[in-house]
Design a protein around this ligand. Structure first.
Ligand code: TXE
Length: 495
């Protein structure tokens, strides 16, 4: 168990400037430029990272390609690769506290959640995929006797993993685990506003024995290095989590270059549907509050639309409001904090703007809605509940990615389904009911990648996580994630 004094001992330690990682070596950007890392805890410069250039991205891609072509990783016996990945997970686990604190100072997530969801989750994910390395078999097709049809699974080549800021280690591990376990090489691009712990996580891979060039890290601006990766003729796969706008650019860049595969996880506007027959409404309210307000709503699957049966609407919103009001928002490095900082100033402004627009469009500000703890210099916002939201309102259609919940009542199951599906997104959702048949009907009817039933959040690495509609394509997690990083090859023999 971590105690507060261990965290406090790390909260102010100096973080040295971070470099790129190309071909196993740390290196400055080709033009020497750096980016300031601003801490959302106090608005101050924490350190700098290298502002990679397009040339740097090209060098990293070339290094990844060379590593792939000479087979230093993909042709290593599976048991050896497994050993290296397991050792990597051990090294991350040994540094979990340092990684979590550095990550929180960089991205603002509350430390209690960061410890579990960042190094904790990354370790579990990497171990899970490492264990799978020597358990993926080819297939023999059921052919006529004079033929033999073999199906091989082959690594694809160079994967560009483009990572967002909300859970950098967890989400990176969802890409790195299956991509590396499958034998590919990777160029990883962290977010400008959450790169520090992720760079360290990748350095640990080298310390664990991952051969140079197999994993390269390019920090810098998305429009520079991200674009260089997406337009490259020598990247085979993009594995991305981030905004829909960037997702579109990646698909266009793919079409205009080498038609590389683009796997996109683009967030959502997930409906959390509460029926009046829910067994424990108080618990449903508490879990629903956590499902939108933890990490200040900066969670791709956040239950950001509450659809609640009209007969319990007022009672439920009151209960949820009480749960939200008692959540401790503030110092992300305090173990008792339940919602930390907003990652960056732009995101905070955007959140506040959503609240204004929601009211202008006819919504009612039930609770919250303002920036708090200004004296810290950091970016904090109250958990916010907006009622009387119609599905046409922006707050019901657009991802806020902040602690803002939009509430809409419904009268029938049919109406609940219609409202739940009435957005362009389809990442996640929730259903609360004591009627097992209704729960199954809702799971079938909700057009999303994940449906939580009588809970919200927390599915582990054993199950896929990915969106439908404009929430993206191609799932992270589970054995299905290998499909993104392995090609099928048929060998057809005449016997
Ligand atoms: O995302 P971007 P931002 C949503 C959320 C949030 C909004 C903006 O709604 O408010 O996106 O966040 C890299 N080519 N999500 O600005 O820009 C960028 O450097 C290639 C939802 O951070 O999409 C970073 O590494 N790459 C979400 C990554 O893309 C580019 C998580 C994501 O940044 C690029 C985060 C380009 N042209 C934000 N431009 C989720 N699905 O959970 C930027 N990048």
């Amino acid at each position: 168990m971590t105690d507060q004094s261990q965290i406090d001992a790390l909260r102010d330690i100096e973080i040295s400037p971070r470099s790129l990682l190309i071909d196993g070596k740390t290196t400055a950007a080709s033009d020497g430029a750096t980016l300031d890392v601003i801490s959302p805890l106090n608005g101050r410069v924490l350190t700098t990272t290298a502002a990679g250039t397009a040339d740097d991205a090209t060098r990293a891609i070339a290094s990844a390609r060379a590593a792939f072509e000479d087979g230093r990783w993909r042709n290593m016996p599976p048991a050896e690769r497994k050993k290296i990945m397991l050792k990597w997970a051990d090294l991350i686990e040994a540094e979990a506290l340092e990684l979590a604190v550095m990550g929180v100072r960089d991205n603002g997530t509350e430390i209690g959640m960061a410890l579990r969801a960042e190094p904790g989750s990354a370790v579990g994910t990497l171990r899970w995929y490492a264990e799978a390395i020597d358990k993926i078999y080819g297939e023999i097709a059921p052919t006529a006797p004079e033929f033999l049809g073999l199906i091989h699974h082959e690594p694809i080549g160079v994967v560009a993993a483009i990572i967002p800021w909300n859970f950098p280690l967890m989400i990176a591990a969802w890409k790195l685990g299956p991509a590396l376990a499958a034998g590919n090489s990777v160029v990883l691009k962290p977010s400008e506003t959450a790169s520090l712990s992720l760079i360290r996580l990748c350095e640990l891979a080298l310390e664990a024995g991952l051969p140079p060039g197999v994993l390269n890290v390019i920090t810098g601006e998305g429009r520079v290095v991200g674009e260089a990766l997406s337009t490259s003729m020598d990247v085979d796969v993009i594995a991305f989590t981030g905004s829909g706008g960037t997702g579109r650019k990646l698909m266009m860049a793919s079409a205009q270059s080498n038609m590389k595969r683009c796997y996109l996880e683009l967030g959502g506007k997930s409906a959390n549907v509460v029926f009046a027959d829910t067994k424990d409404l108080a618990q449903a309210a508490a879990v629903s509050a956590a499902g939108i307000f933890r990490n200040s709503g900066q969670v791709c699957v956040a239950g950001s639309r509450l659809l609640v049966e009209r007969s319990i609407h007022d009672e439920f919103v009151e209960a949820l409001g009480r749960a939200a009001a008692t959540m401790k928002v503030g110092d992300p490095l305090d173990l008792s904090t339940q919602a930390g900082a907003i990652n960056n100033a732009t995101q905070l402004d955007q959140n506040l703007q959503f609240v204004e627009t929601a009211q202008a469009e006819g919504g009612t500000l039930f609770q919250g809605g303002t920036q708090i703890l200004r004296n810290t210099g950091g970016y904090f916002m109250e958990p916010t509940i907006i009622t009387d939201v119609a599905q046409s309102h922006s707050v019901a259609q657009k991802e806020v990615f902040g602690p803002v919940l939009a509430v809409t009542p419904f009268d029938t199951e049919e109406e609940a389904v219609r409202l739940a599906n009435a957005t362009n997104y389809g990442l996640a959702g929730g259903v609360w009911t004591n009627d097992i048949s209704r729960a199954h009907r809702m799971v079938r009817a909700m057009h999303t990648g994940v449906v939580h039933v009588n809970t919200y959040g927390g599915p582990d690495v054993t199950v896929p996580m990915g969106g439908v509609k404009q929430s993206g394509n191609g799932a992270d997690k589970s054995l299905h994630a290998f499909g993104k990083f392995l090609d099928l090859k048929t060998a057809w023999f005449k016997l």
